[in-house]
Design a protein around this ligand. Structure first.
Ligand SMILES: Nc1ncnc2c1ncn2[C@@H]1O[C@H](COP(=O)(O)OP(=O)(O)O)[C@@H](O)[C@H]1O
Ligand SMILES: Cc1ncc(COP(=O)(O)O)c(N)n1
Length: 277
């Protein structure tokens, strides 16, 4: 049976992040991709030039159209932009037999543009986060959600624990933004007490546009296909490692990653990632 995954996120005209990255990732991993678009961004590798948020009713009706007809195994959320959209998404998802939910709490694009209004952070914390099967913040997002400052390894542990206390069933706290020069490592922690670190060599590249979107979409694809949470995040780390290490050098700014690298290079990527229990 074909597994169905869904993304609820913003459109990136440049194709490296958002809905476009998510659907490419679903496709590469063999999950059938469906979507609900929350906002249309005019974007390229140089930055976000315009944001047009859709009406909440339209976002909700896209979600209902998909969930009323397909058996969706897992959903991921990306750019949700406003408190109204978060409220509409959370309320709608709760009215269904909730599939597994990966929340990528997208806040600020790599170029600095805001993809979540400040006033919407409260709704993200209180309405959406408690529905998460897995939440995947980067360091600045985890700081905003927890109110903690994250510098050291123990700060990372504390913040991940706080996110579990706030209601997420599991957390991957991504380390792309940390000042670890040689490696990029992500901490996985679950409410059941599973804990491990995924460490890869830090790749010296400016082409990291959409890494978080791609990573969370890979997790959703694998959850839809029946992987456990821990197996899904490990495979997603291999996917993003292959995608970053084999960049496409497109555009003149922060270019996209290579979504089809994993197809040929998954064995290589596995060797490049260390799982530390
Ligand atoms: N330069 C890099 N080299 C290797 N892995 C990276 C690099 N930058 C980010 N990653 C990995 O990409 C994923 C996304 O991380 P991050 O950049 O922190 O998130 P976001 O895109 O949400 O800001 C994580 O698995 C992280 O470890
Ligand atoms: C529509 C949309 N969604 C998410 C991101 C975040 O991606 P990144 O953090 O790599 O800029 C983005 N730039 N655009």
């Amino acid at each position: 049976m074909t597994s169905v995954a869904m993304t609820i996120a913003g459109s990136d005209s440049g194709g490296g992040a958002g809905i476009q990255a998510d659907l490419k990732t679903f496709q590469e991993l063999g999950a059938f991709g469906t979507s609900a678009i929350t906002a249309v961004t005019s974007q390229n590798t140089l930055g976000v030039h315009d944001v047009y948020a859709l009406e909440v009713n339209n976002v909700v009706s896209q979600i209902k159209a998909v969930l009323d007809d397909f058996k969706v195994g897992a959903i991921k959320t990306g750019m949700l932009f406003s408190a109204e959209i978060i409220h509409g998404v959370a309320k709608t998802l709760k009215s269904y037999d909730l599939p597994m939910l990966v929340i990528d709490p997208v806040m600020i694009a790599k170029g600095g543009a805001s993809l979540l209004l400040n006033e919407a952070v409260h709704s993200m914390k209180n309405e959406l986060l408690p529905l998460a099967t897995i939440i995947t913040p980067n360091i600045p997002e985890a700081e905003v959600l927890t109110g903690l400052t994250i510098r050291s390894d123990s700060d990372v542990e504390n913040a991940a624990n706080r996110l579990i206390t706030m209601g997420a069933k599991a957390v991957v706290l991504k380390g792309g933004h940390r000042d670890t020069k040689d490696y990029a490592e992500d901490l996985f922690l679950s409410a059941k007490g599973e804990r491990f670190i995924m460490r890869s060599e830090r790749i010296d590249t400016k082409d990291t546009h959409g890494t978080g979107c791609t990573f969370s979409a890979a997790i959703a694809a694998r959850l839809a296909q029946g992987f456990t949470a821990s197996d899904a995040v490990i495979d997603a780390k291999y996917f993003i490692q292959a995608a970053i290490a084999n960049g496409l050098q497109l555009g003149t700014g922060h270019g996209p990653t290579n979504h089809w690298a994993y197809r040929k290079l998954s064995e290589k990527a596995r060797k490049e990632v260390m799982i530390i229990e």
